[in-house]
Structures are given as structure tokens and as C-alpha cells.
Design a protein around this ligand. Structure first.
Ligand SMILES: Nc1ncnc2c1ncn2[C@@H]1O[C@H](COP(=O)(O)OP(=O)(O)OP(=O)(O)O)[C@@H](O)[C@H]1O
Ligand SMILES: [Mg+2]
Length: 317
């Protein structure tokens, strides 16, 4: 059965005019990819390649130069409460307390709820990210960077959008808080069937969380080069996942892309004329099992004449 994707990015191109009237900057050109309903997709690429630019277009907060974003068979033309965003720079309303920032989102999303229900819901989500006990009354300027990021995460989770767009949501968090909120994200995602599109720089985080990782080549003229399937069963535990046989093949593939191929892939695409393509799907975690007998794999040629070696004195080894 060929299911319609929840989100379809079609020939998306973004160019920014040059400040001095010269050549415009083409961040990406003809990007194409789909996201299925309920999928958890991460995108990885070097700083400045255009990840936030893509996310802003998906959120409906920026318009691409050409191409389209289709969600639920309708073109995205502006922001919507169906799409919850956690921005790279948190974007809280500075004049409101942490609690009011979350309440603001919840009230807009669930206008029929009474005050108590909205407040309880907001508190529950602030608690979930470890904020409460007085911190919820502080304004963003009175919170640390990590705390602001947590308020932003609480607000996005609390509005329960169909599509959660996360731009490096855990970048400013310490390892312990990061782990707790990653676990919470996975719990919410597996319970609600939401779809998640998340930008991260952290390959281990992406392997832990994602069904698929999109690899973006360096800009300008960046492309979504590959879609890497994470063939590691869920539930995944942080401590165990590194022992799974697929872990290092996947990790090495991602690191190899970031260190070498991300630089050259756009030029290769240009040379081959393959500009409008969808990313190719790769599964580095599927390791072909080696056949041990001819019956297991009759196509294997077994050498029967095993050469014999001998020591200098003629004795067989
Ligand atoms: N409003 C803008 N006007 C002009 N150029 C812009 C604008 N926004 C972004 N850019 C440029 O577009 C390119 C992509 O920026 P973007 O913020 O999407 O990168 P990114 O992949 O999210 O990077 P990072 O990982 O550092 O967050 C960069 O070269 C940036 O300088
Ligand atoms: Mg960014």
C-alpha cells in the first residue's frame, strides 16, 4: 500500500538576496523529501548549511523562493497550531512569566478549556522539564539559557501539535537534563503518534531518537543527500544501544558523511545532473549475515583445494 506522507517537501529552493546587490545566496535548491505520519526524523548537517531555514519554511514562518511544502495534502502558507516549534533561540515572549508563556500556547490551542484545566496542563508540562517550585513565575530574562530552552520545550509539548518541529532543542542543556528530556520526548511521541522533525548536531542523540536521519550536504546549494534508516529496535536504552550490532556501522556512516562527503556531494550531484532527486535511502545497520556452508548460500564458491603450508623443517602447520 502506498500511503500519502504527512509532509511532502517538493523542489524547495531558498535564496537570500546579497546585502551588496551581488549574487544572491542559494542556501538549497530543489530539496525534496517526505515524512510519514508518526515518524521521528532527524536532520544533520554542518553549521550554516540551511537546516533552520528549511525548518522555518516547514513551520510556515518563512516563504521559500520556489517549491512547496504540503502537509495533509494542503500547501503550508503560514504558521498553524498543527505545527509546534522549538526554535534554536527559544523565542519566548519576554514580558510574560515562564508559566504564562506556556499558558498562552495552551489557551490558543484549546480555547474551550477552562482556566483551571489550562493552568494544570501548563504546570504538568513545566514539571516535566524540571521547572516549577517558583521558577515558573520568572520572566525569560530571569532564567538561564537552558531554563529558557526548557520552557520552550514545555510549551511545544503542551500544545500537542500534529507535527513537532525542533531546532536543536537540547543544545543548551547539561547531559543529565538532556537525557531526561530526550526520554520524555520519546515517551510523549510514542504515546501520541505525533510526527517529529528535529535538527541536531549530535549523531548519538539522532541514533537514539530517530527512525530516519536526513543528511544535508554543505551549502551553498546544499542538498538532502541521504536518508539513513536506523535499524535498531525500540524501545532503545541509552546504555544498551551502543552494544547493538547496527550502532557503529550507522554511527561510522554518519561521521564519514560529515567529515568527507558532505563537502563533495553537492558538486557530484551537479556534475551528474541529478538535481531534483529525493534522497537515497541507505541502511548501514543491516549487516549481511555471512553464510557458513554451501547449503546456506549455494552461490558462494568454496575452495576445496586448501593450500598446505609447512614449516621450514617440512612439518605441516
Ligand atoms: N535572513 C537571512 N538573510 C540572509 N542570509 C541568511 C538569512 N538567514 C540565514 N541566512 C544564511 O543562510 C545560510 C543557512 O543558515 P541556517 O540558519 O539555515 O543554517 P543552519 O544549518 O541552521 O546552521 P546552524 O547549524 O549553525 O544553526 C547561512 O549561510 C546563513 O548565513
Ligand atoms: Mg540553525
Amino acid at each position: 500500500m502506498n500511503k500519502k506522507p504527512l509532509l511532502s517537501i517538493q523542489n524547495l529552493t531558498t535564496r537570500y538576496p546579497s546585502p551588496d546587490g551581488g549574487e544572491p545566496l542559494t542556501v538549497f535548491e530543489n530539496a525534496n523529501f517526505d515524512i510519514e505520519e508518526g515518524e521521528f526524523v532527524c536532520i544533520i548537517g554542518h553549521s550554516g548549511c540551511g537546516k533552520s531555514t528549511i525548518m522555518n519554511v516547514l513551520a510556515g514562518l518563512a516563504t521559500a523562493t520556489s517549491g512547496a511544502v504540503i502537509m495533509d495534502e494542503k500547501e503550508v502558507r503560514g504558521p498553524s497550531l498543527d505545527r509546534g516549534v522549538v526554535f534554536q533561540n527559544y523565542s519566548l515572549l519576554p514580558w510574560m512569566s515562564a508559566l504564562s508563556n506556556v499558558i498562552f500556547g495552551v489557551r490558543a490551542r484549546f480555547p474551550k478549556w477552562n482556566r483551571k484545566r489550562i493552568r494544570d496542563h501548563a504546570y504538568k508540562h513545566l514539571d516535566m522539564v524540571g521547572l516549577g517550585k517558583g521558577t515558573e513565575k520568572r520572566k525569560p530574562s530571569q532564567l538561564s539559557g537552558g531554563m529558557r530552552q526548557r520552557v520552550s520545550i514545555a510549551r511545544a509539548f503542551a500544545i500537542q501539535p500534529k507535527l513537532l518541529l525542533l531546532d536543536e532543542p537540547f543544545g543548551a542543556l547539561d547531559a543529565l537534563t538532556r537525557g531526561t528530556i530526550q526520554d520524555e520526548l520519546i515517551r510523549v511521541w510514542s504515546k501520541t503518534g505525533q510526527t517529529v522533525f528535529m535538527i541536531t548536531h549530535d549523531v548519538d542523540e539522532a541514533i537514539l531518537l530517530a527512525d530516519r536521519i536526513l543528511l544535508m550536504s554543505n551549502g551553498p546549494y546544499a542538498t538532502i543527500a541521504e536518508s539513513v534508516v536506523i535499524d535498531i529496535p525500540r524501545p532503545r536504552k541509552r546504555a544498551d544501544i551502543i552494544h547493538h550490532e547496527a550502532y557503529y556501522p550507522i554511527r561510522n556512516h554518519l561521521v564519514e558523511f560529515l567529515t568527507t562527503r558532505s563537502e563533495t556531494v553537492a558538486a557530484e550531484d551537479k556534475r551528474s545532473g541529478e538535481l531534483n532527486r529525493h534522497p537515497k535511502t541507505v541502511r548501514p545497520g543491516i549487516i549481511p549475515k555471512q553464510a557458513v556452508t554451501e547449503q546456506d548460500n549455494p552461490t558462494l564458491q568454496f575452495t576445496r583445494d586448501i593450500p598446505t603450508y609447512s614449516l621450514d623443517n617440512g612439518a605441516p602447520i
